[in-house]
Design a binder for this molecule. Structure first.
Ligand code: 2BA
Length: 108
């Protein structure tokens, strides 16, 4: 058995969660924050059989989209706008997915 941890954009989370649930998976949604952008994202926890992981990834690939986001600059925190204060952009992946082996799974 595996635990899939998928970090997705907040804008994509509802659609991905709905699709996964519709396909019969049980999920838990966590409100999380990216350490770099300090922006909210959503982590989906999905316990699944080994052979279901590919299907989960396929749903996540279909339901989440890569975006460009502005990196907060010093100007954004009110330190003034200088020549170096033009906000940079970075690419945020649709879904960042970790797959972890589960030693034990029980509903008590
Ligand atoms: P954030 O940490 O807010 O990162 C947002 C995007 O900023 C990243 O997109 C990446 O393009 C860039 N970035 C992150 N850390 C950076 C750094 N130290 N220097 C320069 N640029 C950096 P993604 O890689 O698609 O990550 C999207 C979100 O997924 C991340 O939000 C974080 O919440 C999570 N994540 C990604 N990789 C992770 C990892 N190895 N461990 C834990 N969480 C991860």
């Amino acid at each position: 058995m595996k635990l899939v941890l998928a970090i997705v954009n907040n804008d994509d989370a509802a659609g991905a969660a709905a699709e996964l649930t519709q396909e019969g998976f049980t999920i838990t949604k966590l409100s999380t924050t990216g350490g770099f952008l300090q922006a909210g994202n959503t982590t989906l926890m999905i316990g699944a059989e080994d052979e279901e992981v590919a299907h989960i990834k396929e749903i996540l690939r279909r339901c989440s989209f890569t975006r460009r986001k502005k990196v907060p600059s010093s100007a954004a925190y009110g330190h003034g706008i200088g020549p170096n204060a033009v906000p940079a952009e970075t690419q945020v992946t649709g879904a960042t997915v970790f797959v972890v082996n589960i030693e034990d799974f029980e509903k008590l």
